[in-house]
Design a protein around this ligand. Structure first.
Ligand code: IFM
Length: 464
C-alpha cells in the first residue's frame, strides 16, 4: 500500500499515520468524546520536583555521589530552586487554566509542614491551604498526595519506612493535613508509587537511602508503607468530615500505583516464571493487599510475607494507575532482582529510552478493572524535550483509555505527568516531562509547548 493510499484510508477512519510512531494517531476532532461525562482532566506534579528550596532526605542525597565517584544526580545538579513553584503558584494556576484542566494532583511536603517532630509550620500549611482554596474557586478539583518519595530528615534519620515506628509519625502528619484542609480537599492519595520507592531505594540503590540488592528490606519497606497507608486512610476518614465538592463523599482515598507491562524475553519456562514473579511483586501485590487486607509478598529463597493487617481491606475507594512503559524481563538468578530488565529494541522510545507502548495502558485498565474499584490514570506522560512526539503519545494513550471505557472499564480521570518540566529524581534536569518548558534558574517562565494545544483540544471534547 502506498503512503498516499494509506493516508486516504486512515483519513476515512479518522486517523493519520505518522512515520516513526507505532500506530495511527486518532483525530483530535473526536478524541475525548468517548470518555464518560464529568471525566476529570488534569495534570500532576510533586512537591520536591517543583517547589524549590526544600530541606529533606533528597537534599542531602543530591549533594552526594556513589562509591565510584559518579554523582547521585545524572547532571550533578541538585533540585535547588526547581520550578520555584513555592513562590509561583499564580503562574502554575494560570498555566493550568489556559489548558482548561478540571483537576490538579500535587503533593504537600512533609519536611516543610513538620520540619522537626511535632513542630508544625503554620505558614507553610496556610500556603497549601490557599492553593486548594484557589484551585477550587477556579473549578479545579485538587488531589493531594501526602508522600511523594521524600522524607523529613528527622524521619530519615530514624530509617524511614524500614522501621515500623514511622507509621505513627506518618499517620500524625496525615491527620494534621487532613484536618487543616478538610473543607477544601476530598481526594487524598497517602502514597505515590510504593513499589518504585522501595525498588529504587533498596534494590537498585539509586535513590536514598542508596541500599543496593536488599530484596528483603525492599519488600519490608513496601509492607510497612502499606500498613502506614491503612492508618493514614483511617485517620483521613476520621478527621475530614467535610464534603468539599458536594458530591456526597467527604473523602475519596486512593493509591497512585505504578504499573508496567512485564513481558518475558523469551518463551522459556524460566523467563516466563520470573516475568510472572516480577509482575506479582510490582503490579499485583499492592492492589491485592488493599482488597484482601493481607500483605502477601513472595520472593522465593529470600522473603515470604503473609500477614493480615487491620484496616487495610477497603482502605482505598478508587485505584489510580501511573502508567508509562513496558519492560522486557530476562531471568538472571544470580542477581537480587532475579532478572535483568530492558526496553525492547526496534521500538519508538522517549528521551530516556523508554518504550512508547500505549496498548499497555489499555491492558492495565482492563486488568485492574477486575478488582472492581473505579480507576484513575494518576500519571502518564513522556520525556520529550523537543516535543516531537508528546502530542501523539498523549493522543494514543487517551485512545487507549477510550477503548477500555468502551469495553466497560470505569475510568474517571486522567492526570498528565507533568504540568511542566521539573526535577526528575536521579535524572535531575535531563528529562523533560512537561507540557510547559521552564526557564530554570533564570526567569522560571512556564513556556507552552505545542502539545499543550493537543491536551487542551482533547479536554474540550470531554462530555461535561
Ligand atoms: O517524575 C516521576 C514521578 O515522580 C513519579 N512517577 C514517574 C514520574 C516520571 O518518571
Amino acid at each position: 500500500m502506498t503512503r498516499a493510499l494509506a493516508a486516504v484510508l486512515f483519513a476515512l477512519v479518522g486517523c493519520t499515520p505518522r512515520p516513526g510512531l507505532d500506530g495511527a494517531v486518532p483525530s483530535l476532532d473526536t478524541l475525548g468524546k468517548g470518555l464518560p461525562k464529568g471525566f476529570l482532566w488534569g495534570t500532576a506534579t510533586a512537591a520536591h520536583q517543583i517547589e524549590g528550596g526544600n530541606d529533606n532526605d533528597w537534599t542531602d542525597w543530591e549533594a552526594g555521589s556513589f562509591p565510584d565517584g559518579t554523582p547521585h544526580i545524572a547532571d550533578g545538579k541538585p533540585s535547588g530552586q526547581a520550578c520555584d513553584s513555592w513562590n509561583r503558584f499564580d503562574e502554575d494556576l494560570a498555566a493550568m487554566q489556559a489548558m482548561g484542566v478540571t483537576t490538579y494532583r500535587f503533593s504537600v511536603e512533609w519536611s516543610r509542614l513538620e520540619p522537626t517532630e511535632g513542630a508544625w509550620d503554620a505558614a507553610a500549611m496556610a500556603r497549601y491551604r490557599d492553593w486548594t482554596v484557589r484551585l477550587r474557586a477556579a473549578g479545579i478539583e485538587p488531589m493531594v498526595t501526602l508522600h511523594h518519595f521524600t522524607l523529613p530528615k528527622w524521619v530519615a534519620a530514624r530509617k524511614g519506612f524500614e522501621t515500623t515506628d514511622t507509621q505513627a509519625a506518618f499517620e500524625a502528619f496525615v491527620r494534621r493535613v487532613g484536618a487543616e484542609l478538610q473543607d477544601t480537599v476530598d481526594f487524598w492519595c497517602p502514597f505515590n508509587e510504593i513499589n518504585v520507592y522501595a525498588a529504587q531505594g533498596y534494590l537498585s540503590g539509586v535513590w536514598p537511602p542508596g541500599t543496593k540488592d536488599d530484596t528483603a528490606l525492599q519488600v519490608t519497606v513496601m509492607s510497612n508503607m502499606l500498613k502506614a497507608h491503612a492508618k493514614a486512610a483511617a485517620g483521613l476518614r476520621e478527621v475530614d468530615t467535610v464534603d468539599a465538592n458536594g458530591d456526597g463523599a467527604a473523602t475519596v482515598i486512593t493509591h497512585a500505583h505504578h504499573v508496567r507491562v512485564f513481558q518475558p524475553a523469551s518463551h522459556s519456562v524460566l523467563d516466563t516464571a520470573i516475568a510472572g514473579l516480577t509482575d506479582d511483586v510490582a503490579n499485583e501485590a499492592i492492589p491485592r493487599a488493599f482488597q484482601t487486607g493481607r500483605i502477601r509478598f513472595s520472593v522465593p529463597g529470600t522473603i515470604e510475607i503473609d500477614e493480615a493487617v487491620d484496616g487495610l481491606a477497603g482502605s482505598i475507594d478508587v485505584l489510580s494507575l501511573n502508567y508509562y512503559t513496558r519492560d522486557i524481563i530476562r531471568a538472571d538468578l544470580g542477581s537480587a532482582a532475579l532478572s535483568q530488565s530492558y526496553f525492547k529494541g526496534g521500538r519508538p522510545r522517549n528521551d530516556l529510552g523508554w518504550d512508547l507502548y500505549p496498548d499497555g495502558l489499555y491492558l492495565m485498565l482492563k486488568r485492574f478493572s477486575s478488582y472492581g474499584w473505579p480507576l484513575y490514570v494518576s500519571e502518564n506522560g513522556t520525556a520529550d524535550a523537543a516535543d516531537d512526539f508528546r502530542s501523539d503519545y498523549l493522543a494514543q494513550h487517551v485512545a487507549a483509555i477510550e477503548r477500555a471505557v468502551k469495553e466497560g472499564a470505569d475510568v474517571r480521570g486522567y492526570y498528565h505527568w507533568s504540568l511542566m518540566d521539573n526535577f526528575e529524581w536521579a535524572e535531575g534536569y535531563t528529562a523533560s516531562f512537561g507540557l510547559y518548558a521552564v526557564d530554570f534558574g533564570n526567569t522560571f517562565a512556564r513556556n507552552k509547548r505545542p502539545s499543550v494545544d493537543t491536551f487542551t483540544a482533547i479536554g474540550a471534547n470531554i462530555p461535561r
